[in-house]
Design a binder for this molecule. Structure first.
Ligand code: ZN
Length: 225
């Protein structure tokens, strides 16, 4: 069975890190909408040129265009054994579109990484980036050094990691994601994973959640005896 995985989780939950681990363990590509947008723009595809025009006008790329770019990406051969979607879908409309894109393929596995708000605010507000080379420190449980260990430059807080900005990002996330979780929650392949643990424990919990979700899909799709 292909592993067609959607990962949901708030900013600061470590979703990106965990997605990379699933990618390495399962040998399936991680697909983030930011990356495929950039790719499409660079490749100068028809959709890429449309997206570029929108972004150059300073506007947000529409749902419809994002959906088409995701459709194009998921049609590529490297997704035959599965994929990990990160940052898509963001809305129920996108989730419905994704179901249509995947008609005839193996059912989605949806993993929601859940982390307490207070922990997210703490994690994000202690994160620092190097002002020169862009290296990131303090994400997850790593300690924050006095200066960049790569180039020695001073470390600064990212503008969007300040506490009031973080609170606002979490509020927006919750507002967008609650309907999405409600959309997926009743599927046997939906799993919530406790992200309030060390990164390795979260990795194991995600692996277990994926296996359990796929087992539930097999039970559901096997013919009744
Ligand atoms: Zn640096």
């Amino acid at each position: 069975m292909a592993l067609n995985l959607v990962m949901l989780g708030p900013p600061g939950a470590g979703k990106g890190t965990q997605a990379v681990r699933v990618e390495q363990e399962r040998g399936i590509p991680q697909i983030s909408t930011g990356d495929i947008l950039r790719e499409a723009v660079q490749a100068g595809t028809d959709l890429g040129r449309q997206a570029q025009a929108v972004m150059e006008r300073g506007e947000l790329v529409s749902d419809a265009l994002i959906v088409e770019i995701v459709r194009e990406r998921l049609a590529r051969g490297d997704t035959r054994d599965g994929f990990i979607l990160d940052g898509f879908p963001r809305t129920v409309a996108q989730a419905e579109a994704l179901d249509r894109i995947l008609a005839g393929r193996d059912p989605l596995v949806v993993v929601e990484l859940s982390v307490l708000d207070q922990a997210l605010v703490e994690r994000l507000s202690r994160r620092r980036v190097c002002g020169d080379c862009g290296a990131t420190y303090g994400a997850g449980s790593g300690a924050v050094p006095a200066a960049c260990t790569r180039c020695g430059a001073a470390l600064v807080a990212r503008k969007d990691d300040r506490e009031e900005v973080v609170q606002e990002r979490l509020r927006v996330y919750r507002e967008q994601t609650e309907p999405l979780v409600a959309f997926y929650r009743d599927r046997p392949s939906f799993r919530r994973v406790d992200g309030n643990q060390a990164a390795d424990a979260v990795r194991l919990a995600i692996a277990g959640a994926i296996d359990a979700a796929q087992a539930a899909i097999r039970v559901q799709s096997s013919p009744a005896v």
